[in-house]
Design a protein around this ligand. Structure first.
Ligand SMILES: Cc1ncc(COP(=O)(O)O)c(C=O)c1O
Length: 433
């Protein structure tokens, strides 16, 4: 049986898990920012396994540290002490303290969904409230609670979800009502947030979940004043500010370790996953001592969370991030790449907007710039054409019309030029067909 047939026969047929292309590719090898298919064709991986490969595919230091650990032993539960759990936790906490010096303690999971789920449990315990505000277009995971927190109909099933989640509008400047400046629209979103709390909740919320830059929903990038104002509202109603850094963390947005640092607010809880392990499964919830004390002694357990292999993988990621100054690279090369994509948006009638920070980049494709109608088929044709030319990018947004460029953080300027040239050429070819 062929790979595709085997997969179709034995894997539950959810939508959204691919294979992505009409002629799917089969990846057999990865080296830094590149992957190779079984015929040896090389691709620049500008989607990094959905924003997950942070320091590069099979980075030699990462391979060394992880294989050394596996050679010793792969797994031991947190029932026993092992040398690396506390050491890595201390390192991670030091990193996130640049967003909030009060962040002092953490817990490890296997995924972003689990991390967000645990954040909800902690926030409910601490505040005594079960009500949360999330943002429209958000994506927080695939457990029942995190699906309830996800603000995209296509990612929700018709199921009875946990109650208490309410949605405030995303600060989606590109699709703001006519006549409002970006600043006015940002203020309107904050006013709506307050109105949702006042009209839909008891007035005392457990927390507010936010991606510092939205990921799956189309790289919606807020105005600089949005989060500081939203934070003030969340605090006014006693809520915890929960920064979902599953995509934006580990330097992806450039310069800073966390995306929320860009917006200058101090999260009470940070959730991370994806880039933390460079593809090795690990998630984390980090919070303050005071908040963590609210769950002191309550039974909780995660079989794989904090395992020696997780710690080795994640420790190696931090080593490389620091040694190779990858967050700085994401800032420098990412800013260059965004500026080149903005130029592409100026010359192409189909590129509505290029946006993002660092290597968290979205390019919104439209049928024309006046109506801004999503160009969904064109987006898919572009993805296919780029793939044929050796470039892997992703797509997102509720309509599936936003190209997502989220490469490993080691991408260089030459790669950035290749991305823009390939997109430009693909646009010229595919827009005609
Ligand atoms: C912002 C965000 N939060 C949470 C998740 C869920 O993470 P996971 O797939 O590891 O459960 C994702 C996954 O894409 C994400 O992008």
């Amino acid at each position: 049986m062929k790979k595709r047939d085997l997969r179709e026969k034995y894997i539950i047929p959810f939508g959204g898990i691919g294979p992505l292309y009409s002629k799917p590719i089969s990846i057999v090898k990865g080296r830094m920012q590149f992957v190779f298919d079984e015929k040896g064709k090389k691709y620049l991986d500008a989607f990094a396994g959905v924003a997950t490969v942070s320091i590069g595919h099979s980075h030699p230091h990462f391979v060394k540290k992880l294989t050394e650990q596996i050679g010793q032993y792969l797994h031991t539960p947190s029932l026993y002490l092992h040398p690396s759990l506390g050491v890595y936790a201390q390192r991670l906490i030091k990193k996130v303290q640049s967003a909030n010096p009060q962040l002092a303690t953490c817990f490890f999971t296997n995924s972003g969904s689990e991390a967000n789920e645990l954040a909800a449990i902690i926030a409910k315990n601490y505040t005594g409230s079960h009500e949360f505000i999330a943002l429209g277009h958000s994506y927080h995971g695939r457990t029942l609670m995190t699906m309830a927190l996800t603000g995209q109909s296509n990612w929700r099933h018709s199921l009875p979800y946990p109650t208490g989640v309410h949605f405030a509008p995303a600060n989606y400047t590109y699709r703001r009502p006519q006549g409002l400046t970006p600043r006015q629209f940002s203020q309107r979103c904050v006013d709506e947030l307050e109105s949702v709390i006042k009209t839909s909740t008891s007035g005392k919320i457990a927390g507010f979940y936010a991606e510092p830059i939205n990921g799956v929903g189309g790289v919606i990038t807020p105005e600089p004043e949005y989060f500081p104002s939203a934070y003030a509202i969340v605090k006014k109603y006693n809520g915890l500010f929960i920064a979902d850094e599953v995509q934006t963390g580990v330097g992806r947005t450039g310069k800073h370790f966390l995306g929320i640092e860009k917006w200058g607010v101090r999260p009470d809880i940070v959730t991370m996953a994806k880039g933390l392990g460079n593809g090795y499964p690990i998630g984390a919830v980090i919070t303050t001592r005071k908040i963590a004390d609210s769950v002191k002694g309550k039974l909780h357990y995660n079989t794989f969370g904090g395992s020696p292999a997780q710690m080795a993988a994640a420790g190696a990621v931090l080593d490389v991030l620091e040694q190779e100054k990858l967050a700085e690279n994401a800032h420098v090369v990412g800013s260059y790449l965004i500026s080149q994509l903005e130029k592409l948006a100026e010359r192409s009638p189909y590129v509505g907007e290029a946006r993002g920070r660092g290597f968290m980049i979205g390019v919104e494709m439209v049928k024309d710039k006046k109506s801004k109608e999503p160009a969904c088929e064109l987006t898919m044709r572009l993805l296919e054409s780029c793939k044929d030319q050796g470039l892997l990018i992703g797509k997102g947004g509720m309509a599936g019309n936003v190209l997502r460029i989220k490469p490993p953080l080691c991408l260089n300027k030459k790669d950035a030029d290749f991305i823009v040239e390939t997109l430009d050429q693909s646009l010229r070819q595919t827009a005609k067909t």
